[in-house]
Design a protein. Structure first.
Length: 261
């Protein structure tokens, strides 16, 4: 076997073949913030890191739990009980030792969003190229969407993946075009009330499945915006995270890559 062509390969040489050198440099210079390091967020961060993003801001106030192992990139028996942002930071640096990571070990609350985003911007000298919302709390998601619209910051929010099984029905679209997604339904109503005119989301158009054990279906969030604990397929949140990462990367390189992405 001829190994001559493999001697010059690096961790990002295959990416360079896809994007070209200017686009890869754009990704290396980019700062992406991911709020939530759960099933969607952790897999999104992994894909962003492997995709060449040079600086990541991570936000999560939780620790790895045994129930996370079925879907989260950072969840293993050995990491149970550890802080999610700590494990996520280690994974990022294991993939790309020169990547810069700014981590906030805290939950995202609506009343704290302005302060959190200000603190994050200060930590990266004001450079924030994209924000990914991978959290569950409706009030905080709305506050983030309002902040992003007010500041004209590129932004995408993950909608519900619980009780869904068919990844072919996932779609990146406007919040106002979603269907069959109880979380998105609540977000649509609240966006109209709050005057949020633009919000890009990843949503499943699949009808939520009835759980065979309890007979429960995907419930509406409670008064505090918390969703009930429901079943999650092992593959769906990772696919959602990968899709969001793809959207972020394609958006960032669109200015330097010929043709539509």
């Amino acid at each position: 076997m001829d190994h001559e062509n493999t001697t010059a390969e690096t961790a990002y040489s295959r990416l360079e073949l896809v994007w070209g050198t200017p686009a890869l440099e754009r990704l290396r210079a980019a700062t992406v913030m991911v709020l939530g390091c759960g099933g969607v967020g952790s897999n999104c961060v992994e894909a962003l890191t492997r995709g060449g993003i040079g600086r990541l801001i991570l936000v999560d106030g939780d620790e790895v739990a045994p129930s996370n192992i079925n879907r989260q990139a950072i969840a293993f028996p050995a990491t149970v009980g550890r802080r999610k942002v700590e494990v996520m930071t280690e994974m990022v640096r294991a993939i790309n030792p020169v990547a810069e990571v700014v981590a906030f070990d805290r939950f995202v609350r609506a009343e704290d969003v302005e302060g959190l985003m200000s603190e994050a911007l200060d930590a990266v000298d004001g450079q924030l190229d994209f924000v990914v919302d991978a959290i569950d709390t409706v009030s905080a998601k709305l506050a983030l969407a309002q902040w992003a619209e007010h500041t004209a910051t590129p932004f995408i929010a993950s909608m519900g993946g619980a009780n869904k099984l068919d990844p072919s029905q996932l779609r990146i679209c406007s919040i106002f075009d979603t269907a069959n997604d109880p979380l998105a339904r609540t977000m649509r109503k609240e966006c109209r009330k709050r005057g949020i005119c633009k919000l890009t989301v990843l949503s499943s158009f699949e009808q939520p499945r009835t759980l065979p054990v309890s007979g429960a279906t995907m419930g509406e969030p409670d008064a505090e915006g918390r969703r009930p604990v429901l079943g999650t397929a092992s593959y769906l949140p990772p696919i959602m995270g990968q899709m969001i990462a793809g959207h972020v990367i394609r958006t960032l390189v669109s200015a330097v890559v010929d043709g539509e992405l």
